[in-house]
Design a protein around this ligand. Structure first.
Ligand SMILES: [Zn+2]
Length: 567
């Protein structure tokens, strides 16, 4: 099912090597500085992005207001794909067996460049934007506590700006735009790969929300992961009259967790493993005949993830033996550890340096410092300096971090992840606090900065065949030289689109009242009547310096990924 990456790149390289011979003498200078024609196109792209600032704000605010969990991105997906369709893209919906997934395509011929970003949100992260303390829109409801409402809007703006330039210049090439569905469940991208949606793609420019504009290359930035549910089956009985006639599935779950806790001391420091008990029985007087334990097993490479999964299976087996129960497993999601392409990252970084960070207003900084104060983390405000191009970490220096199933795509096509500054430094991640900037000028400006860098890099890929050739050379001869892609998902696995159904059934009707209506309100903040920024208290500026120093809080995600989030 999986083609060898080395074999598949050949037709691409044949075309490009011909072009290379023809254009090499001209393009040698473009390694360090763009040709006048490319420089002019990039300027035009920047103007095209800026002219869509209002469009970006409306998209960011609208998706924020939908607050849809993984596999239930119904409104988000319909809304974003419609915008692409209205702008001339051909949209294929419901791809790879996932109703909310889509692939939008415009243009023709080579190269084919795919732009993607995640769209799903986080359970119980509902939060009013622009308010520097916990204040949910709907208590208990999901919300964009990571910032996935901003990435696809960024990619759409970049794609439309470049599309105009391609149409004017009759540039050969195809742009694809697609959403990362159910990223928080690691639930779609391995299925996109399996269904062949990236087999003719020459490069992928992904985007993920963070605190800064940045890019990295190499491996050891995100962990590989397998999300697996263990379903135990025993026998019920009267828990007081005849407990000896029962076999508790809950006992099996608890024994499995005890076993894993004892094992944890002997696992490598880079691993992450965590679980929730999604079914612990019905009521105490009925011995639970069914119980389910849902684990994420994370490690830094394919082999070590597989080892963790095997250990998990052993724990389940032992627990079943001890409790006289049986069990079965279901893979609910997976992600390969990401490995990002060096030549494309270097090209993107050159563009990032040109774009620079947005000019933050005093209100933006006040919101950032307000929530940092609230959470007792260093009150650094917002990032004001571009980080260096992040080189590949090593297995020794990598201490763990998030996962994103973009990893699967990165092992099939040269891929980079652009991070862009729409969030606030030092926040916990997967938390209401990470939502507060996501429908404010911080997110709006961050998306525009990101879209500019992405549009410029898209133009690099479309017009500099030597860049794509270098990207594939790195992919074939460095990245996949000794490690080939083998999916974690088994042939019998399929997307578990039933996940999150009960939560969305409960909260979608309540959230509907708060969907953003851009025909009535300039911004979502206006619709909610929120003064920007709203701080818990406004101490006199002079008193701020007298405040006790905030305690240092470890931010593993920021350390591992330069401030980007991830699953
Ligand atoms: Zn994410």
């Amino acid at each position: 099912m999986q083609r060898s990456p080395a074999r598949r790149s050949r037709p691409v390289l044949t075309v490009f090597s011909l072009l290379l011979i023809l254009t090499f003498s001209l393009s040698a200078a473009a390694q360090t500085s763009d040709s006048p024609a490319l420089a002019a196109m990039k300027q035009e792209a920047v103007a095209g992005v800026e002219s869509r600032a209002k469009m970006a704000q409306v998209m960011v605010d609208t998706v924020f207001s939908y607050s849809e969990l993984g596999y239930h991105e119904v409104h988000s997906s319909a809304y974003l794909s419609k915008i692409l369709e209205d702008n001339g893209f051909k949209v294929e919906r419901g791809i790879a067996g996932i109703p909310t997934a889509f692939m939008a395509t415009w243009g023709s011929g080579k190269p084919v460049i795919a732009l993607g970003s995640d769209v799903d949100c986080i359970p119980q992260a509902s939060q009013k934007p622009g308010v520097a303390y916990h204040d949910p829109i709907v208590a208990g409801a999901p919300g964009h506590g990571e910032g996935h409402n901003s990435g696809v809007p960024l990619q759409i703006v970049a794609a439309l700006a470049v599309k105009d330039i391609m149409a004017k210049n009759h540039t050969s090439g195809t742009i694809k735009v697609w959403p990362g569905i159910a990223e928080e469940l690691l639930g779609a991208k391995a299925y996109y790969v399996r269904a062949g949606y990236f087999k003719d793609v020459d490069a992928v420019l992904f985007a993920h929300v963070a605190n800064n504009l940045g890019v990295s290359y190499g491996g050891f930035t995100t962990l590989g992961a397998v999300s697996m549910r263990f379903d135990f089956v025993g026998e019920s009985s009267h828990a007081s009259v005849a407990p000896w006639k029962g076999r508790s599935a809950l006992s099996a779950v608890e024994l499995m967790d005890v076993g894993w806790s004892f094992k944890r001391q002997f696992l490598r420091p880079v691993q992450r493993s965590h679980n929730v008990i999604v079914n612990g029985g019905d009521q105490p007087n009925v011995v639970p005949s069914t119980a389910s334990n849902w684990y994420y097993f994370r490690e830094d490479d394919y082999a070590h993830v597989k080892d963790l999964v095997d250990m998990g299976e052993n724990m389940a087996k032992g627990a079943a033996l001890m409790s006289s129960t049986t069990y079965s497993t279901t893979v609910l999601g997976s992600a390969w550890p990401g490995w990002m392409n060096k030549p494309i990252a270097e090209a993107e970084y050159e563009n990032i340096k040109v774009v620079g960070l947005p000019a933050w207003s005093a209100d933006d900084i006040a919101l950032a410092k307000g929530i940092q104060h609230e959470l007792k983390v260093p009150e650094v405000g917002l990032d004001t300096k571009i980080n260096p191009l992040r080189p590949a970490a090593t297995e020794q220096s990598f201490s763990g971090g998030p996962s994103d199933d973009i990893g699967d795509i990165s092992w099939n096509v040269p891929t980079i992840v652009l991070t862009y500054p729409s969030n606030i430094p030092n926040l916990p991640g997967h938390n209401w606090a990470n939502g507060i900037s996501m429908a404010t000028p911080i997110a709006h400006k961050g998306v525009i900065a990101g879209a500019k860098a992405q549009a410029m890099t898209l133009l690099d890929l479309l017009t500099r065949p030597e860049l794509l050739a270098a990207a594939w050379d790195y992919f074939n001869n460095v990245q996949t030289k000794d490690q080939k892609y083998v999916p974690f998902i088994r042939p019998e696995d399929h997307p578990h689109t039933e996940l999150n159904t009960a939560i969305m059934d409960k909260y979608a009707p309540q959230l509907e009242k708060y969907y953003y209506d851009s025909s009535k309100y300039p911004t979502y903040l206006d619709q909610l009547g929120i003064h920007y920024p709203t701080l818990r208290a406004t101490p006199p500026a002079a008193a701020a310096t007298d405040l006790p120093q905030p305690t240092e809080m470890e931010d593993v995600v920021a350390a591992a990924t330069g401030g980007s989030g991830g699953n």
